[in-house]
Ligand binder design. Structure first.
Ligand SMILES: [Mn+2]
Length: 321
């Protein structure tokens, strides 16, 4: 993970296009906003373009309105792809990337990263891409402003579930301490991430939890977000990122799975684990991937079929464990 190649590219170029994966999450949005702000403080020109809009839950982050979703060609000489294990995950943004005239930089922490791009800084030990942005800022000798520190901390807390997951290392906590020194407020970020939820979101979660199922002698907990529920609560599927974690709260559960019926023949599957089972591998059996404790996959089938196949595979995995 040659950090110097990446910082040199960031110094050398003047016009940047930043992007990240579809189905955005907190680390993805925060890492783009933080890097954009840091590059602008170095007098660089920066545009951020993502395939999907910023979910409502992250619209407290300063600068979120600057993230474009129109595939308009950009006058950039360097593209920085953040928090993407695979370049395909940028989706439609690939339409405005011209490899002949743009250098591609890959900054990420997914264990499944394919090391695409001209330069990459990939550290699967890092809690989040935001943790890597802080390291890059230090290399660039940029001291984050309180606002930048708060954005970086938001991405770190978002990807570590508020410093609860196994991905939270001593380095992560030291980085959080440093961000506090720079003016970031942990309680404010926690309130924004966990205590500002729309009521329909909590009510639909209640419905999901009341239908929670278990398997593999209680080591597996799973639930399904059906189109029927989504329509009844007029729910935006992009707001469902946190739901799977509630299933992991079940006593004895090692793996939690949430099935999401998109309504277009695609079933999105989210996996979470307490750290003793590798769900990156489990998701990989269905063409997906991610991290050891958090991963996802997409299946082109019915909800019933997806539940049957994935639960069967998870049970087999858990019984051999
Ligand atoms: Mn991430």
């Amino acid at each position: 993970m040659p950090i110097n190649d990446v910082t040199e590219a960031l110094v050398r170029h003047r016009r940047f296009l930043l992007t990240s994966h579809y189905n955005p999450d907190g680390d993805n949005i925060a890492s783009q906003l933080a890097l954009a702000s840091i590059l602008r403080s170095l007098n660089k020109q920066v545009a951020i373009v993502d395939q999907d809009p910023v979910p409502g839950r992250y619209r407290f982050l300063p600068g979120w309105e600057s993230i474009g979703n129109q595939m308009v060609p950009q006058n950039a000489s360097c593209v920085v792809v953040l928090d993407c294990g695979n370049i395909d995950r940028i989706g439609k943004v690939s339409d405005i990337i011209t490899p002949a005239t743009m250098e591609l930089v890959n900054i990420d922490h997914h264990v499944s990263n394919t090391l695409y791009g001209h330069f990459h800084y990939v550290d699967p030990e890092a809690s989040s891409t935001c943790e890597l942005i802080l390291r890059l800022a230090q290399k660039l000798r940029v001291k984050p402003t309180p606002e930048q520190a708060q954005i970086i901390l938001t991405g770190m807390m978002s990807d570590t579930g508020g410093f609860r997951y196994a991905s939270t290392s001593a380095d992560t906590l030291r980085a959080a301490g440093l961000l506090s020194d720079y003016g970031a407020k942990i309680a404010e970020v926690a309130e924004q991430l966990y205590y500002q939820q729309p009521i329909n979101q909590l009510k639909i979660l209640g419905e999901l939890l009341s239908r929670l199922k278990t398997g593999a002698k209680g080591k597996l907990a799973y639930m399904s977000l059906t189109q029927e529920l989504i329509k009844r609560y007029d729910f935006d599927l992009s707001e469902s990122e946190e739901f799977v974690k509630y299933a992991l709260a079940v006593k004895g559960a090692e793996v939690a799975i949430l099935f999401k019926e998109q309504g277009d023949g695609v079933i999105r599957v989210s996996f979470r684990a307490k750290g003793r089972v590798d769900v990156n591998q489990l998701a990989g059996k269905f063409g997906g991937g991610g991290h050891i404790s958090a991963a996802g996959a997409r299946l082109n089938t019915t909800l019933e079929d997806a539940v049957q196949k994935v639960v069967q595979m998870a049970e087999a995995e858990l019984s051999s464990n």
